[in-house]
Design a protein around this ligand. Structure first.
Ligand SMILES: CC(C)(COP(=O)(O)OP(=O)(O)OC[C@H]1O[C@@H](n2cnc3c(N)ncnc32)[C@H](O)[C@@H]1OP(=O)(O)O)[C@@H](O)C(=O)NCCC(=O)NCCS
Length: 161
């Protein structure tokens, strides 16, 4: 445990957070096209209109904010009896302090409360930090899609609750 301050509060994002979330996704993925397919990076850098659409319905987004700046976020959707977790991102300046874990654990608690029997996610094998975080919280690889539309292989991950 590496928190030196009080554990940050994780709150549900509201419509007014859309701009801050779009900024976070831009900071989190900026420059990643140096080692990832630019189509993947482009999709992860969600635009304002896209984030606004998520917030209008269908998704729940959780975020940590400090002094008006969103430092980390994660998105959840609930198809069938599963929870799909994606769009996990931490501001590069705030990584390695437990925020990614905090948000993923929050998403898992939400999935348990919703009665989900499993949580799914996906990650590029090139994203070592993300892969390690998911494994640490108990996710297992259930499939690999070698020719994903982003031009990158993608690992499908599952956690049974
Ligand atoms: C992946 C990401 C969310 C991790 O956020 P973070 O706040 O830095 O992670 P945490 O500090 O909570 O670390 C939690 C665990 O993740 C793993 N981890 C985090 N950074 C790591 C790194 N650089 N290398 C290896 N493992 C790492 C460790 O297992 C760590 O647990 P430990 O500290 O108990 O060993 C962050 O790097 C990020 O936003 N990356 C870009 C976007 C991305 O990859 N999103 C996920 C797409 S599926």
């Amino acid at each position: 445990m590496r928190f030196f301050r009080a554990v940050p509060r994780v709150l549900t994002a509201q419509a007014a957070d859309a701009g801050g979330l779009a900024d976070l996704y831009w900071r989190a993925w900026e420059g990643c096209e140096r080692h990832l397919d630019p189509r993947l990076v482009d999709e992860m850098m969600a635009r304002l209109e896209e984030v606004e659409a998520w917030l209008r319905g269908g998704f729940e987004i959780y975020r940590v904010r400090e002094e008006g700046r969103i430092l980390a976020a994660v998105r959840c959707a609930f198809p069938a009896s599963a929870c799909v977790v994606d769009r996990l991102a931490v501001d590069p300046a705030s990584r390695g302090q437990g925020l990614g874990r905090l948000l993923l654990e929050h998403a898992l608690s939400r999935a348990r409360r919703a009665g989900c029997s499993r949580v799914w996610s996906q990650v590029s094998p090139k994203l070592a930090a993300a892969g390690a975080l998911y494994r640490r919280l108990g996710f297992r690889e259930v499939a690999e899609a070698p020719l994903h539309r982003w031009g990158e292989p993608i690992r499908l991950l599952e956690l049974r609750l």
